[in-house]
Ligand binder design. Structure first.
Ligand code: F6R
Length: 301
């Protein structure tokens, strides 16, 4: 795996978009794993730019999103359906039938999750999975204690995640406490992982992910109190690639040394599996606004 520290959020986003574009250029029908949150917004903007200005084509692409809040309808402004359509899908030419996002409103979560896993396999598996990382080290919504072999399932959000997410909701009581999320095991099966992180508040999680022990619970004192599901990226098999990028801006990490604990270059750590890994660090807070969403049917309907 490879860790790349870049000077700015924009550079991180462009570099990540370049990776996705290169995959699409060699495999136009690639399966992309999508993340939401503030971190990948710049990546999506760059892919949209490439689509408009350079003809990057998504007509054969299939996408699977990592997660969705339970209880939010697809047209809820804070749902991940809404986020994805607003920030990416409505700007590119992915056929709507090729877009898969976990349902937050299915009446049968277990059956939905099994179907979601099955669809990923039927589509050939995920070629490139985009990931952010939570300040507690979660990837997708795999919170403290998540099994490293976990699959897509209903998950209770950690208090720290609920607090992190409260900024997007008018009232604290509106913040969902459950989500459907791909599991760590599901994520690790992607052929390439591109993990982006930005901002001071991610520094400890990034350090733990790169250098920390691979564990589902890893209490390490006051800095990162809980889950390190992100560290599972170290388990990525040799044939796959994990890239982790850290960008720095005035609002993010000043430089790699600002990460608590050394942020080692990829080639200097024996604990890393081969491949590459990339981390990023800058904070750019923007969120979705307007509507237009098509929800994917759940199998229970
Ligand atoms: C979102 C997701 C989450 C976020 C993480 C970081 O689909 O899977 O794990 O990546 O919570 O969120 P931001 O980027 O908003 O800091």
């Amino acid at each position: 795996m490879e860790v790349v520290v870049l000077p700015t959020y924009v550079e991180m986003s462009r570099a990540a978009a370049q990776i996705v574009a290169e995959v699409l250029n060699t495999k136009p029908n690639a399966v992309l794993g999508m993340a939401t949150g503030s971190t990948p917004l710049g990546l999506y903007q760059e892919l949209v730019r490439m689509h408009r200005e350079e003809g990057l084509d998504f007509t054969q692409v299939t996408t699977f999103n990592l997660d969705e809040y339970v209880g939010l309808r697809p047209n809820h402004p804070q749902s991940y359906h809404f986020f994805m359509h607003e920030n990416f899908f409505k700007h590119v030419n992915i056929p709507p039938g090729n877009i898969y996002i976990p349902s937050g409103t299915t009446s049968n979560y277990r059956s939905f999750c099994e179907w979601y896993e099955r669809r990923i396999k039927e589509c050939g598996g995920i070629d490139v999975q985009i990931l952010g990382i939570g300040s507690d080290g979660h990837i997708a919504f795999n919170e403290p204690g998540s099994s490293l072999s976990s699959r897509t399932r209903l998950k209770t959000l950690a208090q720290s995640t609920i607090e992190d997410n409260a900024r997007f909701f008018e009232r604290r009581d509106d913040v969902p406490i459950y989500a459907i999320t791909m599991g760590v095991g599901t994520i690790l099966e992607a052929r390439t992982l591109v993990l982006l992180a930005s901002g001071q508040n991610k520094a400890a999680a990034v350090a733990a992910m790169v250098e920390g022990p691979v564990t589902s619970m890893s209490p390490t004192g006051s800095v990162v109190p809980a889950s390190r599901s992100g560290a599972a990226a170290q388990l990525q098999p040799c044939q796959a690639a994990t890239k982790c990028s850290a960008a720095n801006t005035s609002t993010g990490l000043a430089d790699a040394s600002a990460v608590p604990g050394p942020l080692v270059p990829a080639d200097s750590s024996a604990q890393f599996t081969p491949g590459w890994k990339w981390i990023s660090a800058t904070r750019s807070m923007m969120r979705a606004s307007p509507p237009s969403v098509s929800s994917h049917p759940s199998p229970s309907r």
